[in-house]
Design a protein around this ligand. Sequence first.
Ligand SMILES: [Zn+2]
Length: 339
Amino acid sequence: MSLTFPFTEAPENHQVVTIHPHVKWVRSPLPFSLAHINCYLLKDGDGWCVLDTGMNGKEAISRWEKIIAEGLDGAPITRVISTHHHPDHNGLAGWFCDTYKVPFYTTEAEYYYTRTFYAPKRSERYWESAEYFDRTGINEESKEALLADSNYSHMVTEVPGAFHRVVDGDRLKIGDYEWEAITTRGHSPEHLSLYCEALDMMLSGDQVLPAITSNVSISPTQAYANPLKDWFDAHDKVKARIPDSVLVLPAHELPFKGLHQRLQAVVDHHHERLDKIVTLCGTSINPQEITNELFDREMDEFQNFLAVGEVMAHLNWLLNEKRVSVCVENGVYQFSADF
Ligand SMILES: [Zn+2]
């Protein structure tokens, strides 16, 4: 059985689509090849709670102003919930909280990641990052671009000054309905999904998407982490906690049914990639060379960074499983399955 998509048309511009009288769906524009994010509005007493805000930008803000002025019958925004710190999800959290003087809800790790990435960086480059990039064999253009300052602070408005901490298992009462918090690692440190048994719906953020797979990457700040293990654990956790019957409301693409099948498909996809990488490690090879073999399309510096980060996440998982070994030659990792 394949996934089913009850809503074939996504909202355009400032259009508000009613999924249920208490759950509305809007879209916010993104300046990437993935050109949108889904944001949801949950009826919260006399007003609406916003789940994920979209990225900072003039068009995004004017779209929200129009939605609030014309699409919600004059009802106010009551609070903002963020699934995780990525700028397409909480880029306007500060704008909402400052403009409407409403509280911000997210998990502790996601809140402090936002604060950290938003904070000014020290002026000199981090030698740890430079070493990480060198070891991956990443191409020189990518390395130079990535060692320059991150764009995070341009993609988000001023971070909310305080937050309500959401913990795994919490039951958030939003209007007439209760939503259970499920936190997961792998894509981000403490990603928040919400499940409502009464509505049989899941607000999945980037934890579950119907077609694209969320990025699971090594970053220079945690070069030896094993996020792919966290990601597999996350899939087990979601499958155990949320029934297959739910309507999944994801952060990208279309709402769908078929949660358990999609969870399995993503796990299968990563195992296929792991097997391919082991095959490529038949001869000694560095992470950038593996990336070039796996992704046979043109990528800009940032896409290449994400792709190399994904390859490193898979390599770290394989190292942990003792299916590959690594040594450093001339400052660059050489991975091998031949040992
Ligand atoms: Zn994300």
